[in-house]
Ligand binder design. Structure first.
Ligand code: HEC
Length: 202
């Protein structure tokens, strides 16, 4: 039996039918095995060049691997924030619905999220790594123009947000060396998920 495989494009939601065919073979004992027969080419698209690949190869790991050369200060970031972020996140990071709140160390006492569903998660009380804040902002923000920030703007606006959350000094400069050294207040509340299944697994 031959079944065309349906693929949904993640970003656009459009549905496409690929040329790839799945061949199902009934075996003697009644179970089936699926074997994929992919053609060597789908007849469209082109091989990306090194520059195109580099433009999307921008992931930054929690330990800072992947952070680019460059830097930004809190003051520089304040200007970027006012111009490119405040319209959605509020002048002080308070969030303008439906955009999330970015600034706040509440609840100051600790991590109450398991008991308080309404507590607002912010960079100051929930984000575990400063490095992944850089990664996220660079790839996803501004929401209406993702990928448009320069490296310096990204370091700057991250510095601004860390300072607004009371995590770094107002004179700090963020770069590939200083950013991984920032200790996020919520880091200690995260544990490795080493569950392997069984009764306790939810
Ligand atoms: C057009 C509105 C808009 C603009 C402009 C915008 N954002 Fe956002 N931002 C959002 C929305 C909406 C989300 C939630 C996205 C989601 O959950 O998928 C978000 C999420 C975020 C988050 C993650 C918050 C969290 O705790 O999950 C950060 C950090 C952030 N934005 C930073 C920025 C920065 C920095 C800028 C400016 C460079 C910016 N945003 C500009 C709308 C915006």
């Amino acid at each position: 039996m031959t079944i065309p495989r349906m693929l949904r494009h993640v970003r656009t939601g459009t549905l496409s039918v690929s040329l790839s065919l799945v061949t199902m073979t009934a075996t003697a004992c009644g179970t089936s095995t699926a074997r994929e027969v992919d053609p060597s080419t789908f007849g469209f698209g082109r091989t990306p060049d090194a520059a195109q690949l580099a433009s999307i190869d921008i992931d930054v790991s929690p330990n800072g691997a992947g952070l680019p050369a460059g830097s930004g200060t809190v003051a520089e970031g304040a200007a970027v924030y006012r111009q490119k972020c405040a319209v959605c996140h509020g002048l002080n990071g308070e969030g303008v619905a439906p955009s999330p709140t970015l600034v706040g160390r509440t609840p100051a006492a600790g991590h109450v999220f398991a008991n308080d569903r309404k507590a607002k998660q912010t960079i100051g009380n929930y984000w575990p790594y400063a490095t992944t804040l850089f990664d996220y902002v660079r790839r996803a923000m501004p929401h209406n123009f993702p990928g448009s920030l320069t490296t310096a703007e990204t370091y700057g606006v991250v510095a601004f947000l860390l300072n607004a959350n009371g995590i770094i000094d107002s004179t700090a400069t963020m770069d590939a060396k200083t950013l991984p050294a920032v200790q996020m207040p919520a880091r200690k509340f995260f544990v490795n998920d080493n569950r392997t299944g069984g009764a306790g697994f939810k």
